[in-house]
Design a protein around this ligand. Structure first.
Ligand code: NAP
Length: 268
C-alpha cells in the first residue's frame, strides 16, 4: 500500500471557468469539508481555484491540491516552466499531486518522468500522478520514474467501470481517481440507480459515488458548481450500499466513455 492519503472526495472544476463562480464553488466546498481540489492547466481556472482557496478559512496545509500538465508541454522544459506558472496562478509554493494529463502530444515516457521527478526533488510537487493511462503505458512510466506514481485519474462511473485497470492499480499500490464519476450527469437517467436511490432516500448521484467508494483505493472528484450539489455529493461519503445493490450496479457496465478525444491512447 502506498501510505499517501488522497481524500476520497475531491471537487472537480473542469468547465467551471467563470472567475467568481469558480472561486465561490472552491470556497464553499472547502468550508463544507472537502479537502481535495482537482484542476488542470487546460481548465484555465487555476487562478480562480487559488482565489477560492485563499478566500476560504481552510489552511493550505490541510488541502490536497491537484493539477495537471497539458500535453503540449510534457517535454522537460515545458514541464518546468508550466508548473512554475501553475504555482503562481494557484498562489501556492507546492502542489500535492501533479498529473500527466494525457499520454499524448509531447509525452515521452523517459523525458516526462525525468521532468516530474525533478519537480518532486525540488519540493515543488509532493506526489506524481498520471491520467488516462492504460496498464501498458503505466508499466513503462513506473519503470522510468524513481518516485512512486500514486494515482491514475481515469473516467470511472457505473457505465464505464474500469474493472481490469482497477485491479492493475491495486497490484501497484496506486489509487484510482475517478473522473466524470457522475457520468457527466447521465447517472440521473439510469433507472436502476433511481430505484436504488429510493431505497436509501438518497439521490442517484449519491448512489453512484457510494458505489465508487465501495471499491478499495478509489477517490472521486465530482464537479459541482452550486452549493446544493457540492453539499449533496459530500454527504454521499456516509452512504453505505448493501452488497446486493453494489452487485446490481456492477452489472450496468457498458464500457461507455464520455471523454475520448482523438489523442486518447489505444484503450484496449
Ligand atoms: N483527467 C481528465 O482527463 C479529466 C477528464 C474529465 C474530467 N476530469 C475531472 O473530473 C471532474 C468531474 O468530471 P466531469 O466534470 O466531467 O463530470 P461529473 O462530475 O461526472 O458531472 C458533472 C455534472 O454533474 C452535475 N452535478 C454535480 N453534482 C450533482 C448533483 N448532486 N445532482 C445533480 N447534478 C449534479 C454538475 O452540475 P453543476 O456544475 O451545475 O453542479 C455537472 O453538470 C472534472 O471537473 C475534472 O476535474 C478529468
Amino acid at each position: 500500500m502506498n501510505d499517501v492519503i488522497i481524500p476520497r472526495i475531491g471537487l472537480g472544476t473542469w468547465q467551471n471557468t467563470n472567475p467568481e463562480q469558480c472561486a465561490t464553488s472552491v470556497k464553499a466546498a472547502l468550508e463544507l469539508g472537502y479537502r481535495h481540489i482537482d484542476t488542470a492547466q487546460m481548465y484555465k481556472n487555476e487562478e480562480y481555484v487559488g482565489n477560492g482557496i485563499k478566500q476560504s478559512d481552510v489552511p493550505r496545509e490541510d488541502i490536497f491540491l491537484a493539477t495537471k500538465v497539458w500535453i503540449d508541454r510534457l517535454d522537460y522544459e515545458g514541464i518546468k516552466q508550466s508548473t512554475e506558472k501553475s504555482l503562481k496562478r494557484l498562489q501556492t509554493d507546492y502542489i500535492d499531486l501533479l498529473y500527466v494529463h494525457w499520454p499524448a502530444g509531447k509525452y515521452d515516457t523517459k523525458e516526462t518522468m525525468k521532468g516530474f521527478n525533478q519537480l518532486a526533488d525540488e519540493g515543488k510537487i509532493r506526489h506524481i500522478g498520471v491520467s488516462n493511462f492504460t496498464p501498458e503505458l503505466l508499466e513503462e512510466a513506473l519503470e522510468a520514474s524513481e518516485e512512486p506514481l500514486i494515482a491514475n485519474q481515469v473516467e470511472t462511473h457505473p457505465l464505464n467501470q474500469q474493472t481490469e485497470l482497477h485491479k492493475f492499480l491495486l497490484e501497484h499500490d496506486m489509487t484510482l481517481v475517478a473522473y466524470s464519476p457522475l457520468a457527466r450527469g447521465k447517472v440521473l437517467e439510469i433507472p436502476e440507480l433511481t430505484e436504488i436511490a429510493e431505497k436509501y432516500s438518497a439521490s442517484e448521484t449519491q448512489v453512484a459515488l457510494a458505489w465508487l467508494w465501495s471499491h478499495k483505493d478509489v477517490a472521486a472528484i465530482p464537479k459541482a458548481t452550486s452549493k446544493t450539489h457540492i453539499k449533496e455529493n459530500l454527504e454521499a461519503v456516509s452512504l453505505k450500499l448493501d452488497s446486493e445493490d453494489i452487485e446490481k450496479i456492477n452489472s450496468l457496465d457498458r464500457n461507455k466513455r464520455l471523454v475520448d478525444p482523438a489523442f486518447s491512447p489505444d484503450w484496449d
